[in-house]
Design a protein around this ligand. Sequence first.
Ligand SMILES: Cc1cc2nc3c(=O)[nH]c(=O)nc-3n(C[C@H](O)[C@H](O)[C@H](O)COP(=O)(O)OP(=O)(O)OC[C@H]3O[C@@H](n4cnc5c(N)ncnc54)[C@H](O)[C@@H]3O)c2cc1C
Length: 342
Amino acid sequence: MAVPTVFLDGEEFASGRQTIEQLLEKAAGPTSKDDFAEKELFDVLVVGGGPAGGSAAIYAARKGINTGMVVETMGGQVMETLGIENMIGTPYTEGPKLMRQVEEHINEYKVDVMKGQRAKDIRRNDVIEVELENGAVLKTKTAILATGARWRNINVPGEKEFKNKGVAYCPHCDGPLFAGKEVAVIGGGNSGIEAAIDLAGMAKHVYVLEFLPELKADLVLQNRLNTLENVTVITNAATKEIAGSDHVEQLTYVDRETNGEFTLAVEGVFILIGLMPNTEWLKDRIVLNERNEIVVDKHGATNIEGVFAAGDCTDSVYKQIITSMGSGATAALGAFDHLIRS
Ligand SMILES: Cc1cc2nc3c(=O)[nH]c(=O)nc-3n(C[C@H](O)[C@H](O)[C@H](O)COP(=O)(O)OP(=O)(O)OC[C@H]3O[C@@H](n4cnc5c(N)ncnc54)[C@H](O)[C@@H]3O)c2cc1C
């Protein structure tokens, strides 16, 4: 009940559309730390290969400076997006196509792209040091953090057990698999209500469960939702458990006002309770806000001199492809400005 998933020795290994190149890189695992011993000092080292990282690398490389990129999975969240209709100047494109073009654009310049590598620490000594999970330490004059975000888990019994067996996070990817079925959407914010509207076009019935007494989505979305006959909104609902046999069969929630327990017979549960920035590894180094987003100024600069950040991992108000690309450009120009002044 999900997009194609690859298993290695019984463990989930990769999910969603993957190229042979990506699977091989993943299977090979992080290269040995010795492979990085000869790397020279970078002028700009970008961490992340989504729209923000791609844009930052292109802007930096176009200044003719020594640019590197550390990327766990090239393309980022956009690889999960089927139709994109808000890339200005391109009325319609698809995620994998757009990010392939971004990668081709990066490859037009001299950028040292280190794929399949995860950064685990950053510190400033004489220069900035970025440590990778394989133990290698890359040195750079400036760094741009563009590690994006991932869906937040609800952490109730059944969520983990039924992932890809009815529990889903991406309505654009997995929605069509639930055509004609009863589904629940957890989360009454913009992403939850957008998902409910989307799913209502395919599913038999959509239940929206919001923890708070009222939906948090923009009024325009709520008004649209209210016109749909196959949607039921349940507020004050605390999800207790997702259960079933070999796939999801029901969801239990507690009414927070009455403490009554209710069960919905659903085959799909879409969890849309927000995004979590990929910033855990930065906690002791970089100033984060209460949502664990990197705090940046208008140049994209963080609290560490020479370290900039861009995209969904930052405290930017809007999280979109175009805003991420814009902030990637800002961070690269900020880093370049910092280089010529120091
Ligand atoms: C299903 C879905 C549909 C969407 N639809 C749209 C849409 O139609 N239009 C739109 O404008 N926006 C859309 N968005 C939002 C958009 O995708 C994001 O705003 C955008 O991708 C953010 O870009 P980013 O580069 O900041 O982060 P991401 O795209 O999250 O990329 C992060 C990158 O960092 C890498 N990374 C993470 N941690 C590390 C680490 N420690 N070391 C090395 N690399 C690391 C990842 O592998 C990845 O390459 C959608 C998002 C989703 C999930």
